[in-house]
Design a protein around this ligand. Structure first.
Ligand code: HCA
Ligand code: CU
Length: 440
């Protein structure tokens, strides 16, 4: 042993019951293992550049989301257009398990139309940042408070759920925010919402705001969070919001929404199955996620991104020889998510120069051929050699394997001359091409 080598103790794998990615005990308000989804493909998602949903498509999407198991489905405001109003009514009549919400401005005109549609609840929003107060609706915080109280009391008087949210929460003055939330909490709301409308927030800011809000609202009021993805934090922000004690996350399928959208439903499931596996597997029909994403991708004419969590074409593809070897021995070596939980399968990418003989051996087995380990190593070397020259496809590899297999299974025959001067068979061997080469 090398003199400079210092022996280190090996980490013993933790007991199967302790999940290092589960809720952190210090987050004593955490809802990581009890979160709910407000699915907004049919509201925020309608604001995606390519989106146009016919009534039939909305119904198909609503049914698919309901079947998947989302808790709420949020629909475009009925005052947005006449068709939006009648589509909202049509979806309310479907009798879905998920509660149906519509999303309105904090205005009595909108609220009066919303409560007549048959929805289970109303999500109310108003801009509170100085940007929006100055350049959008032009109202001050006193006006916002008065308006909020009137709309909330009205919606509640109709026996519907009510959520009050500030738009652009992370660029709003904290004192203003706490005041407005305290006001609406005092009169009673089911949920208060915070929205990262421009996608500027980072996970720590989210955690802090959620914890601060938790400390000023009553324990029966839940916190709902809405995160835009402009800086790529929408999934992480959703997760830390739950750690901080938020209960509900707004999602859309593939994350579609204004600009580059919000927390994607599928990606949130990827995050949450790692942290709360039993809860997620029991609550949501995870194997439906691919169909739902395809449904929405088709409807808005986009492709599923190649690097999408779960459904990206290479999400469960293992390439380098070292990875492939370990995956074949135990998939947990390089997978934190089991593709089977989503009705999917893993794939070993063996047609490339980074491949290793274990991956090739497994391909040989799939082809129902028989090669020894030494022979697999030999054919792997051939594959890598060609892989250095040009990209390979599966057919390339399969033909190299098949040619090699045929070669090693073609008997090497040697002859000797008999007394009559004719050739007699001296020996037949199946030692493979390298053996043959050596004899020459
Ligand atoms: C918008 C509004 C909103 C509302 C979010 C919410 C946002 O379209 O700008 O009601 O929670 O991102 O602020 O989607
Ligand atoms: Cu939004």
């Amino acid at each position: 042993m090398c003199e400079n080598f210092e022996q280190v103790s090996e980490a013993v794998p933790k007991a199967a019951t302790s999940n290092p990615y589960g809720p952190n005990p210090s987050d004593f308000l955490s809802n990581v293992g009890s979160f709910q989804v407000i699915e907004s493909t049919l509201r925020e998602g309608e604001q995606f550049a390519n989106a146009f949903f016919t009534t039939e498509k909305k119904i198909e999407i609503a049914k698919a989301l309901d079947d998947f198991g989302v808790d709420y489905i949020e629909l475009t405001s009925p005052v947005a257009s006449e068709q939006s109003r009648s589509d909202c009514e049509a979806i309310c009549k479907l009798g879905l398990k998920a509660k149906i919400l519509t999303h309105i401005r904090c205005h009595m005109d909108d609220a009066k139309v919303a409560v007549e549609t048959g929805v289970d609840g109303v999500d109310v929003v108003i801009g509170t940042s100085s940007f929006l107060r100055q350049y959008s609706h032009g109202k001050d915080m006193n006006y916002i408070s008065k308006q909020a109280v009137e709309v909330i009391e009205f919606v509640k008087s109709k026996g519907l759920e009510i959520r009050f949210s500030s738009e652009d929460s992370f660029r709003s003055d904290l004192v203003d925010l706490l005041n407005i939330y305290k006001t609406v909490d005092k009169i009673g709301v089911n949920r208060i919402g915070i929205a990262d409308t421009v996608g500027c927030a980072n996970p720590r800011q989210v955690y802090e705001l959620v914890r601060t809000l938790k400390s000023v609202i009553s324990s029966s009021t839940e916190i709902e969070c809405h995160f835009h993805n402009d800086t790529g934090c929408a999934i992480a922000n959703a997760y830390t919001a739950l750690e901080g004690g938020a209960k509900l996350i707004d999602t859309s399928v593939l994350g579609i929404g204004e600009r580059n959208g919000i927390t994607p439903l599928g990606a949130l499931m990827a995050r949450m199955i790692v942290s709360a596996p039993e809860y997620v597997k029991n609550k949501y029909k995870l194997h439906k996620i691919r169909d739902i994403e395809n449904l929405v991708a088709d409807a808005v004419q986009v492709n599923i991104p190649f690097n999408n969590p779960i459904t990206g074409f290479c999400a469960f593809t293992h390439k380098a020889g070292i990875h492939a070897k370990a995956i074949l021995a135990n998939p947990s070596t390089y997978e934190i998510i089991n593709p089977n939980d989503f009705g999917l399968t893993r794939y070993i990418h063996f047609a490339n120069r980074l491949t290793g003989w274990n991956a090739i051996k497994s391909r040989v087995d799939q082809l129902n051929l028989h090669l020894s380990d030494a022979q697999c190593k030999e054919v792997t070397a051939k594959i890598k050699k060609l892989g250095d020259v040009r990209p390979l496809n599966i057919d390339d590899v399969d033909s190299i394997i098949k040619d090699f297999h045929q070669e090693v299974n073609t008997p090497a025959v040697t002859y000797k001359e008999n007394a009559n001067g004719d050739a007699d068979v001296e020996s037949i061997s199946l030692e493979g091409p390298s053996a043959k080469k050596q004899k020459k």
